[in-house]
Ligand binder design. Structure first.
Ligand code: NAD
Length: 315
């Protein structure tokens, strides 16, 4: 990469998720500079050292532990700071603690350079994306959440296992909240243009049970947390994928979270819908046709998020 073609990502909060994200970004060769910030300075330094010691195996990159000032000229600031779910906790249970962390960080972090994208990962990701939008006053396309990008990948993975076809050949989205009210869009799920049930018949596998797969997608994080205490690798890859689409101006369709502005009659909330992601961030939202029960479930998701958001002292 030419020296003057600087591409920079900042990761704020380098615990399990932030460090896995940093590793995925480093491995991708997407950026020339990666800065890590954490309230625990030693943690950030340790992660930066550990990653940088692999320099001879990857494309040239400057990795360092920094301060908030070092994040301001980043193309993307990835926010992973805060507490994670403990066994038995929902993502929504984290809201007040992580909203306090967000406010604390934004005071030090802002302003971002023109065109910088703020990418929220901390949970509850939709509510904190909305809070970040209101607290920063940045344009809505530049404040996005990782949303259900991970959930859509889990959905595709489970379908791939069942249908015996590789996940990249499956088109399937999860929309709404990244959480318990999320909505897998069965009406649109297809493999090579065939509805998944039809594909199952053709493939000679028994018809699948949508309720069972929906449950496993929704409960996926709980299953991992019950066993190892946190999820990190798949979300790290999901965040890398979003960053890739932004930095390479790909116009990829990803279910990132962002402000909903009238789609399906919903306003004033951030949640995930299939969206075109490019150098401007979340460039356009696709109001794809939904089955009536999916649309109702999406409204339920929006109402749930709004009721929690209304409890925050937002400006
Ligand atoms: N969006 C998703 O799909 C997704 C997936 C997995 C986890 N998460 C969320 O990501 C968040 C991080 O999870 P984790 O497992 O990495 O937690 P973790 O406890 O391992 O790491 C959190 C890090 O944030 C740092 N931190 C705390 N307060 C800070 C502050 N004020 N300023 C800077 N840094 C601060 C901590 O020092 C720690 O290093 C959680 O909210 C978790 O629920 C989101």
């Amino acid at each position: 990469m030419p020296v003057n073609d600087k591409r920079k990502i900042a990761v704020v909060g380098v615990g399990a998720v932030g460090s896995a994200t940093a590793y995925a970004v480093m491995m991708s060769g997407l950026v020339s500079e990666l800065v890590l910030v954490d309230i625990n300075r030693e943690r950030a330094e340790g992660e930066a050292m550990d990653l940088a010691h692999g320099a001879s195996f990857i494309k040239p990159i400057r990795i360092y532990a920094g301060e908030y000032e070092d994040c301001r000229d980043a193309d993307i600031v990835v926010f992973c700071a805060g507490v994670n779910q403990k066994p038995g906790e929902t993502r929504l249970d984290l809201v007040q603690r992580n909203y306090a962390v967000l406010k604390d960080v934004l005071v030090r972090l802002m302003p971002l350079e023109e065109n910088g994208v703020f990418l929220m990962v901390t949970n509850p990701v939709d509510i904190l994306t909305y809070a970040a939008l209101r607290l920063t006053n940045l344009p809505p396309n530049r404040v996005i959440g990782s949303g259900t990008v991970l959930d859509s990948s889990r959905f595709r993975y489970l379908l791939s296992q069942y249908c015996q076809v590789e996940p990249r050949n499956i088109h399937a989205y999860v929309v709404g909240e990244h959480g318990d009210t999320e909505v897998p869009l069965w009406s649109l799920a297809n493999i090579a243009g065939m509805p998944v049930q039809e594909f199952c018949c053709w493939r000679g596998v028994p018809c699948l049970n949508p309720d069972e797969i929906t449950r496993r997608v929704r409960e996926a994080a709980y299953e991992v947390i019950a066993r190892k205490g946190a999820t990190c690798y798949a979300i790290g890859l999901a965040v890398k994928r979003i960053c890739e689409s932004i930095l390479r101006d790909e116009n990829s369709i990803l279910t990132v979270s962002g402000l909903v502005d009238g789609e399906y009659g919903i306003t004033g909330v951030c949640l995930s819908l299939p969206s075109i992601v490019n150098r401007t961030g979340r460039a356009r939202v696709l109001a794809v046709p939904l089955a009536p029960q999916e649309e109702e479930a999406l409204h339920h998701s929006a109402r749930t998020l709004k009721s929690i958001t209304s409890q925050l002292d937002l400006p």
